[in-house]
Design a protein. Structure first.
Length: 353
């Protein structure tokens, strides 16, 4: 009986120790890398829609019947080239009347000036006839403008689009006839985050791509910066000029653009090492005694698979790049050889389990 009581007492004393040892956390198997100093470039990647540097919907200022269309769709035209001719017979007749009235008024003024030299008429009569000449000249100019409005010409050099009417059609003032786009350079407008505004300046090179021409990179340069930052998006609207000397780009196309800003030497780590919790960015480093230490970091630019670290670590630190989502500060670590590419994360999970 006494032996049974002593055995029970010993079991009660030793059981918590054994349970505690069973609960001790095994070291977490992880891979680590040391941060590297590499050349980092601030790049802006954005999207926008192309438009012509100069573009217009060609319309008529007067009402009339089309008698000739002197362009074809997609044709390159020069500034001042005739596009559409309206019936201007009435306008030409009105111009002839205005010119005849002017010629008669000028003739009467010359005769009055001769008579004035001999004091046959008063100066007031001469002044009245001079006013009549001035009015006739203005009426002739107005008639010339009305006649010229029947000739619709290209306001600038460019490419004409689809025509909306045929010869013989009667059009109203303001009716669209076709479009005209200056195609040598195209404008691409996009937005840049406020933090990059200080690095922007006109003339910086840009590269742009479009799904219409896979694999093609279209060169251009930053041309214009807006004067205001959007208070809602905290971005600045900028405009780039894209070379279109071969005429392959069209207004309205969707394009992606990349603008490279300053470059510098900076500390980078694999992107997978960085974790996010709320507004905090952090990672884990392995201390000298192989325990996990959580470090808050400030991030900079991103490269494919890498991220710049502005503060929080140095080149001597060993940064954990696998299984860090299961770590807490103070956890014991088992440092594996190689990189996470050598042993997939799924394989590590199976090994640890």
């Amino acid at each position: 009986m006494v032996m049974t009581a002593l055995a029970a007492l010993a079991w009660h004393r030793l059981a918590p120790v054994e349970q505690q040892q069973g609960r001790e956390k095994r070291p977490q198997a992880v891979h680590v890398v040391q941060p590297e100093v590499q050349t980092v470039r601030d790049r802006i990647e954005a999207v926008g829609t192309l438009r012509s540097r100069d573009e217009v919907v060609v319309t008529s200022e007067v009402t009339g019947r089309i008698v000739a269309i002197d362009f074809t769709t997609g044709q390159q035209v020069e500034k001042g080239q005739l596009l559409v001719q309206l019936d201007d017979r009435q306008a030409q007749a009105d111009l002839a009347v205005a010119e005849a009235r002017l010629a008669d008024a000028q003739r009467q003024l010359r005769r009055a000036q001769q008579l004035r030299n001999s004091n046959s008429i008063s100066q007031a009569q001469v002044d009245e006839l001079r006013t009549t000449v001035n009015v006739a000249e203005a009426e002739r100019q107005a008639a010339r403008v009305r006649a010229a409005n029947h000739r619709i010409v290209a306001p600038f050099a460019g490419v004409v689009g689809l025509r909306e009417f045929s010869p013989g059609a009667y059009i109203e003032s303001g009716d669209p006839l076709t479009t005209l786009d200056a195609s040598g350079e195209m404008e691409l407008t996009f937005a840049v985050a406020e933090r990059f505004v200080g690095q922007l300046q006109s003339g910086q090179p840009v590269n742009s791509v479009t799904s219409s021409w896979p694999g093609e990179v279209f060169q251009g340069e930053l041309a214009e910066l807006d004067t205001r930052i959007d208070p809602l998006s905290r971005t600045l609207k900028v405009r780039a000029l894209i070379d279109n000397s071969e005429g392959r780009l069209r207004p309205g196309q969707f394009m992606s653009v990349r603008l490279t800003l300053r470059q510098r030497e900076a500390l980078v780590v694999p992107e997978q090492a960085v974790l996010l919790q709320g507004d905090e960015r952090y990672l884990f480093v392995a201390t000298d005694d192989n325990t996990a230490e959580r470090r808050s970091v400030q991030l900079g630019s991103r490269e494919p698979g890498k991220v710049e670290i502005l503060s929080g670590i140095n080149t001597e630190d060993r940064v954990v790049i696998t299984a860090q989502d299961r770590l807490s500060s103070g956890d014991a670590l088992q440092i594996l050889e190689g990189t996470d590419d050598a042993i997939p994360a799924s394989e590590l999970i199976r090994q640890e389990s």
